[in-house]
Design a protein around this ligand. Structure first.
Ligand code: PLP
Length: 648
């Protein structure tokens, strides 16, 4: 397998060795409670005070409050609570004085979800019933200042991030401050500075910003430590009360190892020896951007590079889904993401790109690549080389299999190829995949002989036919369609495919059946390929075996492979992933059969039962492969649960 190149720094970063050392030392020598008055407590207190003073210098916090938190979500929570409590007080006073109160909570449309969710939560909990309004951004991802100008006089609280985590777009904070000043807005102002630390100059005391949350784990400190800046004189309400730590602003015994680690990172920022300069980071990003453009023809960047963090690139490759790109990158050992880490498990399109008006086709293919200011030239060299490898893997002509499954939104379509892979027939092609199928067939120089849907109006035969200049529909000739030495015939609602003998198809020669289950097929010999259903193939005349017990964890997979040398290890990832990084497990190279070509190979495995162990990236596709084979009657098949990611 490839070594790992971590290019997902906006999600989180590794921990700086000096930060690990500082945390370890703190646990050994500064384990005291900083509130204790004995020597052990005093040592911890000195570390706490020293780190706060350092943070004050690095952030230019002046005389503002600066407290340690568990991270930015807590800082955001505290700022929102503080601002909303002040609004509530003002409203109570307004009731007696008759003065109008601002009633709008404004947040940038591309804010991290922690912001609108906290606003809604505390607005509800405090019974304020203020209006929440998203401040729109333009196509460049920056806040629309003309809209802010209109709303600012009514705004009680304005939240605008310093830089966006998905796109890296840097906000025009000076412009926002100018609008708030020009309109004499009564609003308090929070700026989420999470992605700015270490990448943009900060001088908080010189700004109008009232609240600025930070998070350690975005810049080489561990998770669970953060900072909140509160401008001197800005309203403040503690989120947590108790022992009165942090001058009563944030109770709870301090996370001393986290504070020590964050201190080590801040120290590097202050001394300026370890992290790359803005100019160096820009030059590195330029090299990465050039490699991406070379590797993926037609690639577009989703935000103007001149206005983004020098460490972030958000791009799309039209016609290739984010998932497909991420799988190829992951196989090459390059860790990138489709957007924010918090939404990685949700399949929804990015609300950040939506807010910028990025077309759906682009946001469905968006990938974020981000690195930290610790990157060096050797790392960027390696990343560029891997990016180019990923491009080659994605675009190389694919070898044809006899049968390829095309899956989209739970429906399956099928491509049948001749042996040379120069001719094919498409059955029930999914509409959404039509452009992709057309592009692939052209790249393979493969001629589409026919494309048809097995049930009326079900698939995308019309769409594919139009793209490939082929009349959609079953050609209707009684003799069927010859594909090399094979034949596709219609029998009622079924379509039978197999090796022709003297221009005819004998019942025992039928390999695949499409459409309705067919009579006139030898029991157990053919596979039925369905348009709907999971698994997409079944074997008439054979009872499916239960699919319990197919999971092998990493340890039992190793033991099984060692004790069963005859077992076949099968990598079911798609070809570009396999090309980007071939799979090996416990010293054994895997045979490559992508999940989309499993049906085509199943007959061979069913004919000569031999133990099968399937593996993929994370264990999802391999589980489907093992389940499919069990349902087809193969008793000895398993998969590696957790996939290559956990198998080491
Ligand atoms: N704000 C931004 C811009 C972020 O990127 C993140 C983390 O993804 C957060 C807030 C939340 O930070 P934390 O993980 O420290 O709670």
């Amino acid at each position: 397998m490839n070594s790992e190149l971590y290019l997902d720094a906006n999600a989180t970063s590794p921990v700086l060795p000096a930060a690990i050392a500082a945390a370890t030392t703190a646990m050994h020598t500064c384990f005291g409670n900083p509130s204790s008055s004995h020597a052990a407590g005093l040592r911890a207190k000195a570390l706490l005070d020293g780190t706060r003073a350092l943070a004050r210098r690095v952030l230019g916090a002046g005389s503002g409050r600066l407290m340690f938190t568990s991270g930015a979500t807590e800082g955001i929570q505290t700022a929102v609570l503080s601002a909303l409590c002040a609004v509530r007080e003002r409203r109570l006073l307004g009731k007696t004085s008759g003065e109008a109160c601002p009633d709008l909570l404004l947040y940038g449309a591309t804010e991290h979800k922690a912001v609108p969710e906290s606003l809604a939560h505390w607005n509800r909990l405090l019974g304020l019933d203020l209006e929440l309004r998203a401040l729109p951004v333009g196509a460049d991802g920056r806040h629309r200042l003309e809209v802010l100008r209109e709303l600012a006089p009514r705004a009680a609280f304005v939240c605008t991030m310093a830089a966006n985590n998905e796109t890296g777009v840097v906000s025009n904070l000076d412009g926002i401050a100018a609008v708030l000043n020009e309109t004499a807005s009564p609003a308090l102002w929070m700026v989420d500075c999470v992605q700015a630390l270490g990448k943009l100059p900060l001088n908080l005391d010189r700004t109008r910003i009232d609240y600025a949350p930070f998070s350690g784990h975005k810049l080489y400190a561990p998770k669970g430590i953060g900072l909140l800046y509160v401008r001197e004189g800005a309203p403040y309400t503690p989120l947590m009360c108790g022992g009165g730590q942090e001058a009563g602003q944030r109770s709870g015994t301090e996370n001393m190892s986290g504070i020590a680690a964050l201190g080590a990172v801040l120290d590097e920022l202050e001394t300026g020896n370890t992290f790359r300069s803005h100019g160096q980071l820009l030059a590195m990003r330029e090299r990465l951007a050039a490699a991406l453009v070379e590797a993926f023809p037609g690639l577009v960047f989703n935000a103007p590079l001149a206005q983004t963090l020098p460490t972030t690139l958000n791009f799309s490759v039209p016609g290739v889904s984010s998932k497909e790109l991420l799988d190829v990158f992951d196989a090459a050992g390059v860790r990138v993401s489709a957007g924010s880490a918090c939404s990685a498990s949700k399949a929804a399109p990015s609300y950040v790109l939506d807010a910028m008006g990025v077309p759906n086709a682009c946001s469905a293919s968006a990938v974020r690549l981000s690195f930290g200011p610790l990157a060096d030239e050797a790392f960027i060299d390696a990343a560029c080389e891997r990016i180019l490898r990923c491009g080659r893997a994605l675009y190389q002509a694919r070898p044809a299999a006899a049968l390829q499954q095309l899956e989209s939104f739970g429906a399956s379509g099928w491509l049948l190829f001749d042996e040379a892979g120069t001719q094919c027939i498409a059955i029930d092609p999914p509409v959404a995949l039509a452009p992709r199928i057309a592009a692939d067939l052209r790249a393979r120089r493969c001629r589409l002989l026919a494309c048809f849907d097995t049930s009326h109006g079900a698939g995308g035969a019309d769409a594919l036919g139009e793209l490939m200049n082929v009349a959609p529909g079953w050609p209707g000739e009684g003799a069927g369609i010859a594909l090399g030495q094979d034949l596709l015939l219609q029998r009622g609602d079924a379509f039978l495919f197999g090796r022709a003998r003297d221009g005819a198809l004998e019942p025992d020669a039928v390999r695949f059946v499409f459409g309705a289950p067919a009579a006139g097929v030898a029991a157990g010999a053919a596979l039925c390929c369905h348009r709907i259903g999971e698994p997409a193939v079944s074997r008439p005349g054979v009872d499916p075996l239960p699919d319990e017990g197919i999971d092998l964890d990493a340890v039992s997979a190793a033991a099984y492979l060692e004790s069963h040398p005859e077992a076949l290890l099968v990598d079911v990832r798609e070809l570009p992933e396999h090309t980007a990084g071939a799979a090996r497990l416990h010293g054994r190279a895997a045979q490559h059969v992508p999940l989309s070509q499993l049906a085509g190979r199943a007959a061979e495995w069913l004919g000569q039962p031999r133990p099968l162990v399937f593996v993929c990236r994370s264990g999802n596709r391999s589980a489907r492969a093992a389940r499919t084979l069990r349902r087809l009657g193969h008793a000895q098949c398993w998969h590696v649960a957790g996939g290559l990611a956990l198998a080491g």
